[in-house]
Design a protein around this ligand. Sequence first.
Ligand code: SF4
Length: 484
Amino acid sequence: MILFLNKDEYHYELENITRMFFWQVEIVKDLPEEYPDEFCAAYYDGPERQLTAEARINGKSSKLEADETDGDSKAIEYRLAVMLFQCLSDLTGKRPEFGIMTGVRPAKYAANLISSGMTADEAQKYLVDHALVSEKKAKLVRITAENGMKLGEKVCDKGFSLYVSIPFCPSRCSYCSFVSKSTEKERKLIKPYLDALCREIEFTSEIIKSLGLVMQTVYIGGGTPTVLSADELVQLTQAVDNCFGMPADVEYCVEAGRPDTISREKLEVLKSAGVSRISINPQTGNDFVLQKVGRRHTAAQIEECYRLAREIGFDNINADFIAGLPGDDIESFRNSMTWALDVLKPESITVHALTLKRASRMRENQSEIFSPDAALMVDYAQEVLVDAGYAPYYMYRQKGTVDSLENTGYAKPGYECLYNLFIMDEVQSIIACGAGAVTKLMDPKSNLIERVFDLKYPQEYLDRFDEMLQRKQYIKEFYDDHGI
Ligand code: SF4
């Protein structure tokens, strides 16, 4: 779909609105003499002080005009967004449930409204009236925001979270755009990568100690960290332990994502290292769907991993599910949820809506499309999980997600993952090590956030390792400059 605009300053929101309706959008920053057969457009005529949104799709047209009232550029952008959304809804018959809310952190947005003086009811109503969010989603956002705000009180002065990146997977799932390297091709990189990563953790820990920061959570993610051998996991967890001493009250999470990487020995290493929460992620309980998306395991193998993890003593396990996978439908998704609740019994469940970024294999192969039942699945998960005693506590959205839906973390009381909340709601500094890791430094007084990037790919990370250490020096500068 072509989107014509005449003002560059409004391009970001208007492009995002258009992307809620169309997979591919081309922006043209000039109005043409004559419009093509299919198009949408949003423009503001300065001298005429008129706002216009219009579109033509499948031979049908819609056009809305309004007088500009106060000239404030934010207000103009907002009104153009509402008008364009209405035109596209009229012509496509679709009404994305988050309305014109294009931000990736809806719960944080609602929490900010509440923190600025609105009651939770008023914030919920504001989402509906101002951002055209559906009543149902506004309620979910509000509940998630309230739960997240309560947990956010656990952030302590000078607290930080440590993220450690293991960017390797046994093979690549077809929906994934992650930079993760398949170990089939990259196994030889793991040893030098791990050695370098441990050095980076040690180097970073010295800076952290000099600043007197207090560790609150550790998250080893990826990729699939359990792709490491048991000995390699010992090396990594010992490096973390040696550097930070791992106080008993620190939340310590490891993604043990795929059963094809899990063994008794590895789980025992994690348990004895003090890991308090692991994720074992089915994505679906349907073997046909697992195969279709390139996950080389079955639901029965997931069950076996849960049994093993429980036997070893893990009492806080998360399960990720994805709504909208190709080959899945609402009935099969319902079965997956029943299986999760009756058989796996995880302490927390995260429901993702399928996201197809440009780099995913699925997106390259247009014949494999997502399930049309994604929105029904997300709604069903909410209903059944809340009934089963899980509460939503963090939420985020991504670009390229089917029906512009959300990802929501649900947990039984007391089993929420603070790291997930802290990173999504941006309430404390996340200090990150490893290829593809992004350190987010936060000044709690001003809410200013600055990022320090590690290079994305393991080979370039290794080739330019000294530069990675250099970049870490900025952590000290940031804390010193802001008097934290
Ligand atoms: S296991 Fe996770 S990170 Fe690895 S390829 Fe699959 S979806 Fe991507």
